[in-house]
Design a protein around this ligand. Structure first.
Ligand SMILES: NC(=O)c1ccc[n+]([C@@H]2O[C@H](COP(=O)([O-])OP(=O)(O)OC[C@H]3O[C@@H](n4cnc5c(N)ncnc54)[C@H](OP(=O)(O)O)[C@@H]3O)[C@@H](O)[C@H]2O)c1
Length: 257
């Protein structure tokens, strides 16, 4: 950490090696946080830290591993500054199978990363967030967290569960100095989300956004996260749903020919 800014507040962003997480890390560093960027791909994290400069620290972390998350919490504690913000962003979707032929492996992966990953990291950092006296947890859900769609079963189930975790946590922390926020994006064009969902098939990934004039981009969600996290501490934005104008609802997307 920058020695001249010893008591800079720390923000931890999971899934910061790409997409929404990387954009959020850049944005939060610009807001004055020292940003701890966490994900599995260390090379990408190192490149991001190089870009952001002294206001960022990279920690390789797999949110599906208890040991890895414990090491993240230890690395954050070693920075010796107040931890005031956690952004639970690591997550993703695998597959578009109908429930009738759903892959148990894919469903398990989605539950582990999106739900249990959020549980692990939240548990590990909650004591520090509470000790700061002004903690904020922002969890990136999805519009899939409240609207099912065909072929989305495993992701929809995981994001619904993530919302249940967030809502329960907000109740349990009532009276404590930690606010709990959920940001639920609709269609966001990031480099890897749809590509991972379709097992690396770029054409299928591109078809998700075909004809949509202006899907959201990662910076749009980073903007929402930063806005919600920088409101005065007594203001809790419980849940922020954000979609591109062309997506009026999960099933109502305007596509130009
Ligand atoms: N794009 C959309 O349309 C959209 C819409 C609604 C919600 N979301 C949600 O927004 C979040 C970010 O999505 P995105 O579009 O930015 O996708 P992305 O570019 O694929 O980013 C996913 C991030 O999660 C990390 N990650 C995956 N597994 C991990 C693990 N086991 N441990 C630690 N990190 C892990 C990845 O890093 P490593 O591979 O380096 O670990 C990557 O940085 C996700 O929670 C997603 O469900 C996305």
């Amino acid at each position: 950490m920058d020695k001249n800014q010893d008591m800079q507040n720390i923000a931890v962003v999971t899934g910061a090696s790409s997409g929404i997480g990387a954009a959020t890390a850049r944005r939060l560093a610009g807001e004055g946080f020292h940003v701890v960027v966490a994900a599995r791909r260390a090379d990408r994290l190192d490149a991001l830290v190089k870009e952001i400069g002294p206001n960022a620290t990279a920690v390789e972390c797999d949110v599906t591993s208890d040991d890895s998350v414990a090491a993240l919490a230890a690395a954050v504690a070693a920075l010796g500054a107040p931890v005031t913000l956690l952004v639970n962003n690591a997550g993703g979707a695998r597959g578009v199978d109908p429930v009738a032929t759903g892959s148990v492996d894919d469903w398990q992966w989605m539950y582990d990363v999106n739900v249990l990953g959020t549980l692990r990291v939240t548990k590990a950092l909650l004591p520090a967030l509470e000790a700061s006296g002004r903690g904020t947890i922002v969890t990136v859900g999805s519009t899939a967290a409240f609207t099912p769609y065909e072929g989305g079963g495993g992701y929809v189930a995981a994001k619904h569960a993530e919302t249940a975790l967030v809502g329960t946590l907000r109740l349990e922390l009532c009276g404590k100095p930690v606010r709990v926020i959920e940001v639920d994006p609709g269609m966001v064009r990031t480099d890897e989300f749809a590509l991972n969902r379709f097992g690396g098939d770029q054409d299928r990934a591109d078809s998700v956004y075909a004809g949509v004039r202006e899907p959201l981009v990662a910076d749009d969600i980073a903007d929402c996260i930063a806005w919600a996290a920088t409101r005065p501490q007594h203001v809790n934005v419980d849940r922020l749903v954000v979609r591109p104008v062309a997506q009026a609802a999960q099933h109502k997307v305007h596509r130009e020919q």
